[in-house]
Design a protein around this ligand. Structure first.
Ligand code: PMT
Length: 215
């Protein structure tokens, strides 16, 4: 298969020296890209800024902002058989990016934020993608219910849900514990290293792709 994987955080600039971001290290997405490549698939990794080495045998497209990730996905998704969205994309960005460093003025500073494009939410409708689509859901409550809602709204074949309020898993950790939410059933995988979970997740996605091809 040709597989697109998104990974890492996005960075949304405020001024020349400051930005808004999140705690994503990219480890989950890079582990997925690596596992797909090891299983013999052609991988395009679209990644926000991370400290990680690019997995061997993977095509790499670095981006910084949600808008750049949106443009990259829009450009390449048509060539793909499957897409996995592990990136933690900023949902909002500063409405105005100051040309100059913002100076200290009053005791408080109010930022106006505007929505970024919903990349996963654009894939089925706007980009017309008909391949296997896998989203992640980072939740702190109602894990299964919120993941199921994302599965339905975004037209995914699978949503991989993680409870990011649990210590030791999820954001910026080597480990994760995920719930696989399919349209018809749910499966909980035990906590493990992201590098051990990823090949297991790749096998599920291969199975979903084979099912889609046979329909
Ligand atoms: O990078 P690590 O440190 O290894 O951490 C892994 C992880 C916690 C980041 C990863 O396992 C994970 O959960 N990734 C999704 C994080 C997230 O932003 O989830 P969400 O529930 O806010 O978004 C739902 C889905 O929509 C995700 O597939 C996300 O990539 C996608 N999305 C979100 C917003 C947006 N504007 N565009 C998107 O495509």
């Amino acid at each position: 298969m040709r597989v697109l994987v998104t990974a890492g955080p996005t960075r949304e600039a405020l001024d020349p020296v400051r930005y808004l971001t999140n705690r994503s290290s990219g480890k989950m997405g890079y582990a997925m890209a690596d596992a797909f490549a090891r299983a013999g698939h052609a991988v395009l990794l679209v990644s926000g800024p991370t400290q990680l080495d690019i997995p061997e045998g993977v095509d790499f497209l670095p981006i910084e902002t949600a808008e750049e990730m949106f443009d990259a996905v829009k450009r390449y998704i048509g060539k793909m058989d499957a897409a996995v969205f592990a990136a933690a994309v900023a949902d909002y960005r500063p409405a105005v990016v100051s040309d100059q460093k913002i100076k200290k003025t009053g005791e408080t500073l109010t930022l106006e934020l505007v929505r970024t494009p919903d990349i996963l939410g654009s894939v089925r409708g706007d980009f017309g993608f008909t391949g296997t689509l896998v989203g992640f859901a980072a939740e702190t409550q109602n894990l299964q219910q919120n993941a199921r809602e994302k599965l339905r709204k975004k037209g995914c074949d699978l949503v991989i849900a993680n409870d990011v309020s649990k210590p030791g898993i999820g954001f910026d950790s080597d480990r994760n514990e995920v719930l696989l939410v399919f349209p018809e059933h749910v499966e909980a995988l035990p906590e493990d290293e992201k590098h051990h979970l990823a090949p297991r997740l790749v096998r599920e996605i291969e199975r979903l792709a084979a099912e889609r091809a046979s329909n």
